[in-house]
Design a protein around this ligand. Structure first.
Ligand code: ATP
Length: 346
């Protein structure tokens, strides 16, 4: 099921939690809503679910305007952190609940509910645990029951709010892989909220980066990491440093001096962004340079923290990757140039 979100605004007491948000989600896509706390991710998910309604704008499911339809009418499956499993029900009862409470003719017969529950148990790899109660399961198993419960109603869309939020790092990773496989097998249109960028970049077909109630950028992991479209996305996704610069005659100048990097477009003030891994150490006068204030090992890399002098003000702090097996001395001077970078007009 394709979902189109058109110019959505959502106000709470005149505070705009979402402001002019538009997004097209293709049928079968796995989409991550990623952004800092308060950026509007959960609000957007709740509007798609029908748990809340927009102040302005529309939400289409396929060709149908679903903006003011109820949760039941929308037939979405959702797993919200605070919608815990029913503690007094077994795993099987939890999964079958959504079907059992259906009214009249839409309620399948008991035998059909049993068949579907056992199919779902198999799908989430929990066969044999149907008679357990939620408190007899691990966190990861509970999360999978919650997903099976959401899937039981054969939803047109699956919505997940921080689905792995409360789990430890190892279980999160396992469930991540599992969700990707599950999604590929079932082909449901799925939207999940996370503030874990690794999770978003690894799992999603496309990542929607949000900030302050707006969409900053929508794209694949490669798009948002390699081609960030705004200073916010460059800073928010991955590690980066930035410095105020001037563009003049095809050169990038920092504090009036060329840094040996050619820029093809633009003139005037700007902000130079680069990632720690996108630099090379050089032995040249026209480069960025500063003193090493710290050097730390980070998994398979080594990161040097450098203070770049700032004409009487506090130094600019940047971080760059240095060769792993040649640690640099604290207090030494390093010269470097960015090899991949982006200038945003300042
Ligand atoms: P988090 O990662 O912390 O869950 P989020 O990106 O999901 O954050 P939302 O929960 O969508 O953010 O909230 C967006 C903004 O709307 C916040 O400033 C929040 O305080 C506000 N907000 C959300 N729900 C309500 C509400 N029911 N009443 C008033 N303000 C609300």
């Amino acid at each position: 099921m394709e979902v189109s979100i058109k110019n959505i605004r959502k106000e709470f007491d005149r505070f705009a939690a979402l402001n002019d948000v538009s997004l097209n989600i293709a049928s079968g896509e796995l989409i991550a809503l990623l952004g800092p706390s308060g950026s509007g991710k959960t609000t957007l998910l709740r509007l798609i679910a029908g748990l809340d309604f927009p102040t302005a704008g529309k939400i289409y499911f396929g060709d149908e305007d679903a903006s003011h339809r109820s949760v039941q009418d929308r037939n979405v499956g959702f797993v919200f952190q605070h919608y815990a499993l029913f503690r007094h029900m077994t795993v099987a009862e939890n999964i079958g609940f959504g079907l059992k409470v259906r009214s009249g003719a839409s309620r399948p017969p008991k035998s059909e509910i049993r068949r579907r529950v056992s199919e779902l148990l198999e799908m989430v790899q929990l066969s044999g645990l149907e008679d357990r109660y939620p408190n007899q399961l691990s966190g990861g198993q509970r999360q999978r029951v919650a997903l099976a419960r959401a899937m039981a109603i054969e939803p047109r869309i699956l919505l997940l709010d921080e689905p792995f939020g409360a789990l430890d790092a190892k279980v999160r990773k396992e469930l991540r892989r599992w969700l990707r496989e599950f999604h590929d097998r079932t082909g449901h249109t799925t939207v999940f909220v996370t503030h874990d960028q690794e999770e978003a970049l690894e799992l999603a077909d496309r990542v929607v980066v949000m900030s302050g109630g707006k969409i900053e950028q929508v794209g694949s992991a490669d798009d948002v990491y390699d081609r960030p479209g705004s200073p916010f996305v460059f800073s928010f996704i991955g590690e980066s440093s930035h410095l105020p610069i001037t563009l003049r005659g095809g050169q990038i100048l920092f504090q009036g001096q060329s840094i040996g990097v050619v820029s093809e477009s633009g003139e005037g003030a700007g902000e130079l962004f680069f990632r720690p891994e996108d630099v090379q150490l050089v032995d040249a006068a026209d480069a960025l340079y500063g003193k090493v204030t710290a050097c730390r090992r980070l998994a398979g890399t080594r990161i040097a923290e450098i203070d770049i002098a700032n004409e009487g003000n506090a130094p600019y702090h940047v971080e760059i990757e240095v060769p792993l097996y040649e640690p640099v001395a604290l207090g030494s001077d390093l010269r470097f140039r960015p090899t991949r970078w982006k200038v945003f007009p300042g």
